[in-house]
Design a protein around this ligand. Sequence first.
Ligand SMILES: [Zn+2]
Ligand SMILES: [Zn+2]
Ligand SMILES: [Zn+2]
Ligand SMILES: [Zn+2]
Length: 551
Amino acid sequence: MQKEIRQCQNCKKDFTIETDDFSFYEKMKVFTPSLCFECGMSRLTSLRNERIIYWNKCKKCENKTMSLYHPDSGYIVYCHACWWKDEWDGLSYGFDYDDSKSLIEQINNLQKNVPRESVIVLNSTNCNYGNNIRDSKDCYFCFLIAGSEHILYSMWMVNSKDCMEDHKVIDSELVIHSVDVANSYKSAYLHDSSDCSFCYFSYDLKGCNNCLLCSNLRNKSYCFKNKQLTKEEYQKEYEKFIDGSFETFNKTIEEYKNIQKKAIHRFSFTLKTTESIGNYLQNCNKSHWCFDGVNSQQVRNVASILYSKDSCFSYSVGTQPTENIFGGCVIKGGAVIKNSFNIFNSSYCSWCDSLVSCNNCIGCVGLKKKEYCILNKQYTKDDYNKIYKKIEEKGELSNFIEPLFSTFSYNETVAQDYYPLRKEEALQQKYKWQDDIPMTTGQETLKIKDLPDNIKDTNDDILDQILSCINCQRNYRIVPDEFSYLKDFNLPIPRECPQCRMSTRREMRLPFKLWHRSCMKEGCNNEFETSYAPERPEIVYCERCYQQEVY
Ligand SMILES: [Zn+2]
Ligand SMILES: [Zn+2]
Ligand SMILES: [Zn+2]
Ligand SMILES: [Zn+2]
């Protein structure tokens, strides 16, 4: 087949189906997409609530539990421990496939009745508020955390320790308020940097130490605004810009924003990646429209994908190897999975939700170690194949995931972070909406204007106070560990709530979108696909020009 331009059925923009893709869709027995990348991705991400937490009671043991589901959602929610016990069997909720009803209608029925896992916190201790945490300890208000310890208010941390207020920080210690940082130590407000220590308010540093308000530097020490200083001169500047005062902090943040604007930005962040188009890629090959990809090959229209091969239109795939995934969201290990959510170590499954070690299942919810099941009912292999054919003939297995499949409201999910919709828009597209997202206001015991300007003048009483966010009015507290980090780094008490602070960091990352642009270096005509929108202020260079300027 020749490459084909189509119009997205949702946003009406044109999108391209590449020649290679047709054979993939054929192999997976799915219809060629009717949605563009962004509309497809917003559907997939609408399946996952990563960070909205409610308090609920486990329906089984009746203990209080954190929950991804609103208490009035109508879902049966079990705490993590109860969900994983063998005491209940998903097959007891099964029923016969009814070909007079749509498949999705029948799946929705199961989703309402089969117990759902409250939050996903695996093999971790003292992680009191968070979701998607594994092999970690002492984390508070954290989401997407692996192998980490003593982390506060952060998202997407891997193998890190004693960190706070970060977004995607890997193999680091004592790094705070940072975004996309790896292998670093004792630093704050770092962005797109690695192998640094004692660096502050800086962008794109590698192998640096003791740098302040710098950008695009390699292996430097004692630099201030990209100027080489002596240790003593540097110390003076440091004390001017980081003195614990909120007033000073605001000025430093303004300088930091200017530094980022004036820095040279590589059109795409890739490492050891070949023949690929996308952003934030590492060890990828032949991966197109791929964002946050690691060790993946021949994947297309995907985001947050690790160790995957031949996959398309999927979000959050990994860390165990996967292959031939289409329409998957949170797929951890397995092959030939279509239109499914939260699948661990399973293969040959379509339209399934929350399966563990299952094979050959259609429309199943909350099953463990089962095979040849349809709508949670056990069949022999032959009977399974007969009913499979019947459903297949109706074409329902070939469609792309639809909004009704999600057990969350649009504004509870990752979709609202990346592809925000207003309530009316979401409802019109058949998504659910939650009006009651937990948020306390009006309980403040200390007005922000009465906070001491300097952290030095702030005493332990702050820990007993309730503050009100200057941005969204949400009430929040300062927790003891947070207070000690702030004192240690000589930074003032934040005037915004943790949720607003998290959003600010998320917005510092580039969107899962691409624009065709050309290199901004004078005299260079190279063109590329970049996640920097044309109207953005950053200076964006092609790979060659960036390497010439920065290395
Ligand atoms: Zn679209
Ligand atoms: Zn329980
Ligand atoms: Zn706020
Ligand atoms: Zn160039």
